[in-house]
Design a protein around this ligand. Structure first.
Ligand code: TXA
Ligand code: MG
Length: 321
């Protein structure tokens, strides 16, 4: 198993020697390696079992740091970075040749993000290279929001997990790109569409599922627990399973549903707080996956703010292919 600790110097030394380290961010834990080192990046792909067509986000310590790796930063990107970095926002920007093609899966733009977790920021500022870091889970599975989640799945493949406690946002960053004069949102995430639009005006939603994604991460089946997840109206779903109610787990937004044992149910936020629900979501999916239930029944949350990102993850978790 990996060792787990809070030693930023140790993480720095490992990363400098080309090793991978799992790092905390405010969204989810990342599996980090030197983004400029092809061997380290190759290790990220193999450790996650990630297909090479799926590019990786590059983490930087500031906008100035980002400028070292991209050819230009459009005005709207600058506004967003000024307002929301460090934070749960990833910007797609045209890359400089110093960023290996392996990182971007051959695309001309690189995804860059300045994370808000203090330990991640301290580490990034201490390094003289940026960190390539996808979520620290096997490809397709639910992202980790605690050090233990990383350890359970990737612990035997990496030397060190930097423990920054539970992630405060709990859902991956929002991805925004600037394409032919239009601002496009490619992945709903921790920063809400509403906040982005109030800063820079209308944004085109480009989050549809696709089999061969332009901006990958749009694979329809993703963020999935091992168990079959069915999304719908909970009371109706419970009625349908009938006597088999003892074999199902329930992921509810605010209230327990009658007909299923309370110990097989997880309520995301009794006070209907979407931020809390987002924080709890991935841990709850992991927990239900571990329980002795045959399938998971879940319901959507109000489709506003970070609720949109929660619903997006639930739909992808429920997708069959
Ligand atoms: O919050 C986050 O973004 C977390 C933390 C660790 O920063 N990272 C994360 O990485 O969620 P990952 O690899 O699990 O998801 C990144 C998504 C993928 O769907 C990938 O396809 C997309 O970003 N992506 C990365 N680079 C891209 C690029 N150059 N162009 C288009 N999409 C890109
Ligand atoms: Mg991921």
């Amino acid at each position: 198993m990996a060792s787990i600790g809070k030693d930023i110097k140790k993480a720095k030394q490992l990363l400098e020697s080309g090793e991978l380290v799992a790092i905390p961010t405010e969204t989810v834990y990342g599996l980090a390696g030197n983004a400029l080192n092809i061997q380290a990046v190759t290790r990220i792909f193999t450790t996650k079992n990630r297909p090479h067509f799926d590019p990786i986000i590059v983490h930087v310590s500031s906008v100035d740091d980002a400028a070292r790796y991209v050819t230009s930063i459009p005005e709207k990107a600058r506004i967003l970075a000024r307002l929301f970095w460090p934070g749960p926002l990833t910007l797609l920007l045209e890359k400089k040749p110093v960023i290996p093609d392996l990182v971007t899966a051959g695309l001309d733009s690189v995804a860059v993000r300045c994370p808000a977790h203090p330990m991640a920021l301290e580490l990034l500022s201490a390094l003289d290279f940026p960190l390539a870091a996808p979520s620290a889970n096997p490809f397709g599975y639910v992202s980790p929001t605690r050090a233990e989640h990383v350890n359970e799945q990737l612990g035997d493949k990496i030397p060190y997990i930097l423990d920054g406690g539970p992630c405060t946002i709990g859902i991956e960053s929002t991805i925004v790109g600037f394409d032919r004069g239009q601002t496009r949102l490619y992945r709903l995430g921790g920063l809400s569409l509403e906040k982005i639009q109030s800063a820079i005006g209308p944004v085109v939603l480009q989050t549809g599922s696709t089999e061969s994604p332009v901006a990958p991460g749009q694979l329809s089946k993703h963020y999935s627990p091992g168990k079959h997840l069915v999304l719908g109206n909970l009371s109706e779903l419970v009625k349908k399973v009938g006597k088999n109610g003892q074999d199902v787990g329930v992921l509810a937004f605010a209230k327990l549903v009658p007909g299923v044992a309370p110990e097989n149910q997880i309520v995301l936020s009794p006070s209907e707080d979407l931020e809390v629900a987002a924080q709890q979501l991935f841990g709850a999916l992991r927990e239900l996956d571990r329980r002795k239930v045959k399938m998971i029944l879940a319901e959507e949350v109000p489709d506003v703010g970070i609720g949109r990102a929660i619903n997006d993850r639930l739909r992808r978790a429920a997708a069959k292919t």
